[in-house]
Write a protein that binds this ligand. Structure first.
Ligand code: FAD
Ligand code: SF4
Length: 468
């Protein structure tokens, strides 16, 4: 433990946000950084708890050695701290930016003095590592001669590729999109995770011997002849909107919209789906909905409403949701804060949904009727009669969740699916024979850190299969 009294003397300080009014004018990163000395002070707050819940199943899916690297960071031994971090976490530059930091919610100090700033500390360590040239390609010393194909290059595919390559196997990653990275590249917006950060990691992995083939869908024809195949294609089948007219121009799924925004940013062109000067409704109050809000604001939307089907969660933890569980409380994310700043109010309407769509004389979306909803005793959700309001709406973004694994991949590899849309009858990460699965495709839509951990676990199973 670095400083026994650190948590008593030093207040929690997070990386500073850029002001809302400034950051909505561009797609650049939303945070600045603390100084080196303040970062060390923050690391001194970690108490090296006897039972470190931060690295337990409640906290970190990667089981990062959090108290160890916080201690080394506090002592100014940044290189060793980074070494300890990289023992369990292959891509801290991603998790340090987009992880909801369950480790901080599970931290002993979460409910009292303010959790240890683990996410910002890990981001500092990895970025210092890149800046000071400590991160360089480390290809394996020996190759096993075994060839492995990975379908999909999101965090699960990358985690698996990194692990298998370190074990000496020759890895080829197939990616349908024009660039590798999965939702890290086309999904999570640039202000949360700048795309040069994703490209930097891909270059490093290429230099370590991993082959990326972008713009190529994996199918049994493509992956035949490999010693093992890992399906990491994500869970991208969106939940549809069961309202007549939801296929009219102006209605889009969130990931299509967010991908178009990133593509336009990378190409310097106008986005194929643009919120500029449009009245926007975002259907879904989760993280994806919030990313749509933040993106629509940056594109210059005229107005913005965000609808959430569920009740607003409580402001504080309830008795049925004790620490160190993830707190199911009302959260106001960056996009909602920005919208409140620009339009004067939180854009969210809880317990509400779209019940009718209206088109103009050209057949394009021009308005949407929104109703409040209530839950029946049998769990069904129904509109409340008389609660309808019609909003002018030129762009409706559906961010209502995902209902299963990538349909093309499921069909191509003849996967039988559970009602949740995940592969049925799996044993661990094995589907059958030399075919494995990881990430959202295996578990349903989840988190970047879980996908990385799952990719590593699948890689270990594939390695054991090859050595059997
Ligand atoms: C908008 C949005 C924002 C999010 N924000 C966060 C966040 O801030 N923090 C967080 O922790 N999580 C976030 N998530 C969730 C997180 O991004 C996912 O859980 C994670 O990316 C899943 O990783 P994956 O590798 O399983 O799949 P994906 O990232 O979906 O990658 C799958 C890749 O496989 C490719 N593919 C599919 N089939 C094939 C095939 N047959 N051949 C070749 N390629 C194929 C797809 O094109 C895709 O690129 C967000 C999700 C969304 C939709
Ligand atoms: S629970 Fe918090 S204070 Fe304790 S070891 Fe983990 S990060 Fe440090």
């Amino acid at each position: 433990m670095g400083k026994p009294t650190g948590f008593l003397e030093v207040e929690r300080r997070e990386n500073p946000w850029r002001p809302e009014t400034e950051r909505v004018r561009d797609f650049a990163a939303m945070h600045g950084a603390l100084s080196e000395s303040e970062r060390m002070r923050q690391a001194s707050r970690c108490m090296n708890c006897g039972v470190p819940y931060c690295q337990s199943d409640y906290g970190c899916p990667l089981h990062n050695l959090i108290p160890e690297w916080n201690d080394l960071l506090y002592r100014g031994n940044e290189r060793d701290a980074l070494g300890r971090l990289l023992k369990t976490s292959p891509f801290p530059e991603f998790t340090g930016r987009v992880c909801p930091a369950m480790c901080e919610k599970a931290c002993m100090m979460a409910e009292t003095d303010g959790a240890s700033t683990n996410r910002d500390n890990e981001l500092y360590l990895i970025e210092e590592g890149f800046r000071r040239g400590w991160i360089c390609p480390r290809p394996p010393r020996q190759r096993t001669g075994r060839r492995i194909a990975i379908a999909g290059s999101g965090p699960a595919g990358l985690g698996a590729a990194d692990r298998l390559n370190r074990l000496g196997h020759s890895v080829t990653v197939y990616e349908r999109a024009s660039l590798p990275g999965g939702l890290l590249m086309f999904g999570i917006p640039n202000m949360k995770l700048p795309k040069d950060i994703v490209a930097r990691r891909i270059r490093l992995m290429e230099a370590e011997g991993i082959r990326f083939i972008a713009g190529q869908e994996a199918s049994p024809d493509v992956t035949q002849g490999y010693d093992a195949v890992l399906l990491c294609g994500g869970a991208r089948k969106p939940r549809p909107l069961a309202v007549p007219g939801s296929d009219m121009p102006g209605v889009h799924y969130a990931v299509d919209y967010l991908s178009a925004a990133t593509e336009a940013l990378l190409k310097g062109s106008a986005p194929a789906i643009d919120a500029k000067n449009r009245d926007v409704i975002v259907l879904g109050g989760g993280d994806t909905g919030n990313d749509c809000v933040g993106t629509a604001l940056r594109q210059g939307c005229k107005s913005l409403v965000e609808l959430e089907l569920l009740k607003a969660p409580p402001e504080r933890r309830s008795a049925g949701n004790p620490w160190p569980e993830w707190p199911r409380v009302l959260r106001t994310d960056y996009g909602q804060t920005e919208a409140a700043n620009i339009f004067g109010a939180d854009p969210r309407l809880f317990e509400s949904t779209v019940t009718a769509l209206h088109s103009d004389e050209y057949g394009r979306l021009c308005a949407a009727t929104v109703s409040r909803v209530r839950r029946n005793d049998d769990g069904s959700i129904v509109p409340v009669a008389g609660s309808e309001r019609t909003f002018s709406c030129g762009l409706l973004l559906i961010a209502a969740g995902f209902i299963g694994c990538d349909p093309y991949t499921a069909g191509a590899y003849s996967l039988s699916l559970t009602p949740r849309g995940t592969p049925d009858g799996m044993r661990g990460h094995n589907i059958r024979g030399n075919l494995f699965a990881a990430g959202d495709l295996r578990s349903g839509q989840s988190l970047v850190v879980r996908a990385i951990a799952d990719g590593i676990a699948a890689a270990n199973e594939a390695d054991a299969y090859l050595k059997r």
